[in-house]
Design a protein around this ligand. Sequence first.
Ligand code: PRP
Ligand code: HPA
Length: 181
Amino acid sequence: MEEYLDRILLSEDQIKKRVAQLGAQITEEYQGKDLLVIGILKGAVPFLADLIREIKLPLRYDFMAVSSYGASAKSSGEVRILKDLDSSIEDRHIIIVEDIVDTGLTLKYLQENLGRRKPLSMKIAALLDKPGRRRTEVYPNYNCFVIPDEFVVGYGLDYNEAYRNLPYIGALKPEVYTEQD
Ligand SMILES: O=P(O)(O)OC[C@H]1O[C@H](OP(=O)(O)OP(=O)(O)O)[C@H](O)[C@@H]1O
Ligand code: HPA
């Protein structure tokens, strides 16, 4: 295991199996619907790439970039749009794909912002849910794993832009980061 990790929380195999299950569930639930999958950059990229290949339906995908963490391990609480969607979502069935719901502030902002654009339906799929840190009452409709209150990296999740390419999810050693930085 890498020396900066405390332990591996979710193995490559566990992630693969759970993402396949979720893809099958979405395939069933969206039969006959015109689906648009919206990935939230940058963390959702590996999850989105794997999930869409497990959804056996015609779909389209687009990306949005928002940021509240900057280069730190603590949410600033203020969400900014860095890149908006390429096209309208009015009258589309959308699934927002996130790597993690932590304080929930990013998701709350996205729900409000995208909700105003009048999609036909809107659901949230998150790889990880960390309910112990929630600061607002938002929860993903589809979730792969619930995790404890620890800062995690890998499979898209970063600390200061590093570790996104790990194929599994690991908890960072506390000495590698500080909550206040
Ligand atoms: O529930 P919250 O406390 O709001 O945290 C979740 C958000 O934080 C991370 O994004 P970040 O701003 O770090 O951007 P990134 O995806 O580019 O890493 C993550 O990808 C979620 O979008
Ligand atoms: O635990 C986390 N790791 C990486 N990025 C994050 N963004 C919110 N929580 C986390």
